[in-house]
Every structure is written in C-alpha cells, then in structure tokens.
Design a protein around this ligand. Sequence first.
Ligand code: ADE
Length: 248
Amino acid sequence: MRLDVVTIFPEYLEPLNVSLVGKARARGQLDVRVHDLREWTHDKHNTVDDTPYGGGPGMVMKPEPWGEALDSVVGSGSGADAPTIVVPTPSGRPFTQELAVELSAKPWLVFTPARYEGIDRRVIEEYGERFDVREVSIGDYVLAGGEAPVLVMVEAIARLLPGVLGNAESHRDDSFAPGAMADLLEGPVYTKPPEWRGRGIPDVLVSGHHGKIARWRRDEAFRRTVLNRPDLIERADPASFDKKDREM
Ligand code: ADE
C-alpha cells in the first residue's frame, strides 16, 4: 500500500518510522512518503494560511499550496490507480474499525492533515470531483491539527494489511472486529505469573475446557460493554445475543 502525507509538520509523522508501521515500511509492505506543504509556497515567508472570509477567529489554509501539492503528489490521474484522499477534520464522518477495514483494501491513500481552522473548502470540492475524498474525524474532540489523527488512522489501517501483524489471528478478537463478538468490547486478559501481589487469575482460564473459556470470555466482554459502552448494546442486532447474554 502507498501512503502519502502532506503536512506543514513533517517531523510530526516521525513515529511512522517506529514499531509496527516502521517495520511494515522496512519490509516493503508500506510505501510511506511525507511531504512538506511549504515546498509548494512561493513567497519568502512560505505562507500557508490567511484570514477567513466573513470574519471570525483563527486562520484558514490557503487553496493554492494545497492545489499544487496535491497535483504534484496525485498527478492528474483518475480511474483505477487514483488514490483515496483522506482529510482529517473534526467535522468529518467518524473513523471506525469498519472504515479502517475499507481503507486497508485501497492501494493508495493520501492524507491531508490541516492546522488552524481547516482548508479552504474549494480544495475539497475540486479534488472531490476527480477522486474519492473522505473527510474523517477520529472522535468528538478538537485537536490542534490533523497530524495526530493521521498517526491514529495509519496505525489502525496498517495492522490490517496482510502479513503486517506477526500473528494473523491477532485481530480476530479485537474490539469492533467483525465476527461472533462483533458488538462487544474485548474482555480482560492475563498472563504469567499465576499469582501477582496476592492476585490470582480466573480458574476457568487454566481449566483446559475450551467451551467454558469461550463462554467466560463472552460473559466478560458483555459485562465490559454494558459498563463502558451501553450504546453498543442498544445499537446491536438483538439476534446477535444468546439466552445466556440476556440473563446477565
Ligand atoms: N483535526 C482536529 N481535530 C480532529 C479530529 N477529532 N479528527 C480528525 N481531525 C482533526
């Protein structure tokens, strides 16, 4: 998969050299290219922002540098090899595991993290006519810019690429993963030692009884979901819950 990021803070994207994403790059599974938006400015102050039409606080990112940057990065191409452009913004559609799965199937993503009050609307319109442009929010809070959201989205997407996670099974039970536990959060986990600071582990986990372990995991997942995310239970298909769930 190819990933381009156009930003005024290229150094903010340095974590993309570390850990899971860094290893995927080193293995050639991810081709990440970070670009400095100011390379496409022509004045001596490398200006990327200006005051908003209509007044109000803050600054708006100017369309010209973005237009030149995107033309240079994506070319004038369209069709099958055209990238999907992801615009992080608190006004976008929610970034969910489902969207991460959808984006992980794309060959090429271009991220356009903005600072200030966002990018001049005409840029979104202009590229929206030729490309699949997605305005995406990582949550109901406002950050100082879209760079941290890019790190979040890239990590969620990269771990879904074939061969990126060491154990191909490891995202099977993730919270929000499709499957039998689709509507439930992941429950608690334990490892050795069997006793730590006087605290043991649930006996069922060393019982060797796979059926009982699966039931316990489901009950714990259900309990945690009721406690932390009752909205997920309300939204779920009632048919996805069995009789034992309903007794909890
Ligand atoms: N930029 C600022 N806040 C954001 C958010 N919550 N999601 C995506 N981009 C943002």
